[in-house]
Write a protein of this length. Structure first.
Length: 367
């Protein structure tokens, strides 16, 4: 997400709308400051000097009081921290940002076109067919059909009167989102980690709110790989790390192996080729690193992991957020080895592309 600031126009906003927009901006800044509330407030103060967010009707101090009233931050001796409610707010705002962009796009936000006996009810209805579930009867429309046919005085109900809510065919999927936290994710003056975190938070909100039978695990990979919870995501930052893609895939595969879902997938967001692996045959987890070119020792071991995922029927979708020559060469080999997919994505379109791909995969799992 690339923020473009314009002159603050408060005349067209109610006080509540203005507060909500400020909170949305604050949520995004929190992602950039790795959840540091005090630093985020300092950034907001500096932005105010240029864009005049605050005035006599709402000062920065008033805004902080509102954040505390809403339970989004805690105040301990002048040091502010994010509350669990504040973490949830960031997740919801991330989802709304991506979802809003999708609604504006030509493709839009589409459900699977298949209808069936699933548990997700639509607002649309159809005529009753043998086998339809009674709990999905649209009572209002059914009675209306009967009245239109017979009138109130001689009411009777026929099978043709019955309207059934259509339901979306739902299958459960287990997803591991792999996020690169190597040093290049903030190099060259480009913040790539914040959009990646926003995607992870937005995807988690999509699954929690709409696809509750699905599961989402998040794995970060730099020199090493580690799993983090959704609540930890706002506080994630990059480090002076290389890119141990193999370790990330290995941990993701281990997580998916424990899942009972029939459909399993990995979504990987990265901006660089693999440049590290654990030394083979060592128990010390010593890391072999090489940032120059495509090191066969590193590449071949990483491709082995892609093949292992394919054998376990785990599809991998890779989103490249940089157009590095070596990354493209590696991804071509990687995609061929796994049978998965790969896309180049700009940072502005990353969230939308990941959401669309996730929903398309839901449909593919159903076919």
């Amino acid at each position: 997400m690339k923020l473009v600031y314009s002159k603050w126009n408060e005349s067209s906003l109610t006080d509540e709308q203005r507060l909500e927009k400020l909170i949305n901006l604050f949520s995004y800044i929190l992602l950039q400051t790795s959840g540091d509330v005090n630093e985020a407030l300092d950034w907001l103060s500096q932005l105010d000097e240029r864009y005049n967010f605050f005035d006599e009707n709402m000062s920065l101090s008033d805004f902080i009081d509102k954040l505390k009233e809403k339970g989004l931050i805690d105040d301990t001796d002048g040091m502010f921290t994010l509350t669990p409610k504040g973490e949830m707010k960031i997740r919801q705002d991330s989802f709304k940002e991506i979802f809003g962009n999708m609604k504006k796009s030509p493709e839009g936000f589409h459900e699977s076109p298949m209808s069936g006996k699933g548990i997700e009810r639509n607002n649309t209805t159809k005529k009753y067919q043998f086998g339809d579930q009674p709990q999905n009867i649209d009572t209002t429309q059914t009675l209306s059909n009967a009245f239109k046919r017979e009138g109130i005085d001689s009411f009777s109900l026929n099978e043709d009167d019955i309207e059934i809510y259509e339901t979306e065919m739902q299958t459960s999927a287990a997803t591991v989102l792999l996020v690169d936290i190597s040093h290049s994710m903030i190099l060259y003056g480009e913040d790539r980690i914040t959009p990646a975190k926003q995607v992870a938070l937005g995807l988690s909100e999509l699954i929690l709110s709409k696809y509750r039978k699905d599961s989402l695990n998040i794995v970060l990979f730099g020199d090493e790989a580690r799993e983090v919870s959704v609540s930890e995501l706002p506080f994630v930052s990059v480090g002076p790390y290389h890119t141990n893609t193999k370790a990330g895939l290995e941990l993701a595969r281990s997580i998916l192996r424990r899942k009972k879902n029939a459909n399993k997938q990995i979504i990987m967001i990265t901006d660089g080729k693999p440049s590290a692996i654990y030394e083979p045959g060592t128990n010390s987890r010593r890391i072999y690193k090489n940032s120059w070119g495509l090191d066969p020792k590193i590449i071949n071991k990483t491709l082995d992991e892609a093949v292992a995922c394919r054998r376990e029927k785990i599809k991998i979708t890779t989103f490249m957020i940089a157009q590095d020559e070596y990354l493209i060469q590696f991804i071509q080999q990687f995609t061929a080895a796994n049978g998965g997919k790969a896309y180049y994505s700009s940072l502005n379109e990353l969230g939308e592309q990941v959401f669309v791909d996730y929903l398309k995969n839901k449909k593919r799992f159903e076919d």
